[in-house]
Design a protein around this ligand. Structure first.
Ligand SMILES: Nc1ncnc2c1ncn2[C@@H]1O[C@H](COP(=O)(O)OP(=O)(O)OP(=O)(O)O)[C@@H](O)[C@H]1O
Ligand SMILES: [Mg+2]
Length: 309
């Protein structure tokens, strides 16, 4: 029998979505998101991610099945269910003529937070995002990336227990992406459960603890990223070195498919009969001083590839 987690941040049980034209975008999907998870929802274009997220956040009607947010049914008690979560949709949805401070204060008021408290919570985030000096300017004066930062800050002033983000960093430059990653990491550390959709696997690998893969409307993988990667036959690592090295210097490492990348890091593939410790030792013997070793986003690429064959 399926076990549901009582008061899970998100509990999805046998949920389907059939659109008016008869197309079934989500098919009898069940899963739970646990407190403190940082989950990435992956899937190819058209897999059903936005359809699923829209039902979870109450923006789209569920055709059959039940979704609960911290135990509150999104269909029967939408107000209560929505009070637990903040949503950062993909499209910018501000009144562009409002001042930045007004956007935040208005949003806080909606959740019963005083203007003073709103600004107290927003100030360090605005500073981090280099928006503090602009708080008296209209939203229309911000760049596209700054508007997205403001959307994230608006989500966070209500101090949500659950944050849901639909492609939060699509088309943003690396600086803003990094700032968003830092903020999300810090909030997650404080205990916020987070779900995001992204096509950026590096982002997923850097931030997330769990992965859900949706394929043709069905969940084909629901695991911790660590477990899912353990199950792979080949594992990919990215290694950065203390001083610059060239592809030529990696010739002795062809059995690991060693490759220098544009970002100055090298990528290595470890088969099931090889091990990462041995590789590190060999690199050391070859005189290459290692600064950092991390699983690379190739792992998620492989998982996605295997799950969607
Ligand atoms: N309002 C609608 N009416 C009919 N079909 C729809 C509607 N919205 C979405 N679909 C279909 O449902 C399927 C899933 O779409 P959805 O937007 O959920 O995918 P997605 O996984 O979010 O894709 P992407 O990565 O491209 O954003 C697609 O085939 C899409 O055409
Ligand atoms: Mg989508």
């Amino acid at each position: 029998m399926e076990q549901t987690v009582i008061d899970a941040p998100i509990s999805v049980s046998k949920v389907s979505k059939t659109y008016k034209d008869g197309f079934r975008a989500v098919k009898n999907v069940s899963f739970d998101i646990r407190k403190g998870d940082f989950t990435v929802l992956l899937g190819l274009n058209g897999a059903g991610k936005t359809s699923l997220i829209s039902m979870i956040t109450g923006l789209n009607k569920i055709s059959s099945g039940v979704i609960q947010i911290f135990g509150d049914d999104i269909t029967r008690s939408p107000y209560r269910a929505k009070s637990h979560m903040a949503i950062m949709p993909q499209e910018i949805n501000f009144n562009l003529f409002s001042k930045i401070s007004d956007v935040l204060i208005f949003h806080g008021g909606y959740y019963g937070i005083s203007p003073e408290k709103v600004m107290q919570r927003a100030r360090p985030l605005l500073k981090k995002a280099r928006l503090l000096k602009k708080i008296d300017q209209p939203v229309s004066s911000l760049s596209g990336g700054m508007k997205r930062m403001l959307m994230l800050i608006r989500c966070l002033i209500q101090n949500p227990k659950l944050l849901i983000l639909d492609e939060p960093t699509a088309n943003l430059d690396i600086e803003i992406r990094k700032t968003i990653w830092e903020i999300l990491r810090a909030e997650h550390k404080k205990g916020m459960t987070t779900v995001l959709t992204t096509h950026n696997l590096e982002e997923a690998q850097l931030l997330c603890t769990n992965v859900l893969i949706l394929h043709h409307g069905e969940i084909v993988l629901d695991r911790s990223i660590e477990d899912a990667i353990q199950s792979l036959e080949e594992k990919f690592y990215s290694v950065s070195f203390e001083s610059k090295i060239t592809q030529k210097q990696l010739h002795g490492f062809s059995s690991y498919h060693a490759e220098m990348r544009e970002d100055g890091k090298a990528s290595f593939c470890i088969r099931s009969d090889q091990d990462i410790g041995h590789l590190i030792y060999k690199l050391h013997l070859a005189g290459h001083k290692i600064a950092h070793v991390a699983p690379s986003s190739h792992q998620l690429e492989q998982l996605l590839h295997q799950a969607t064959l």
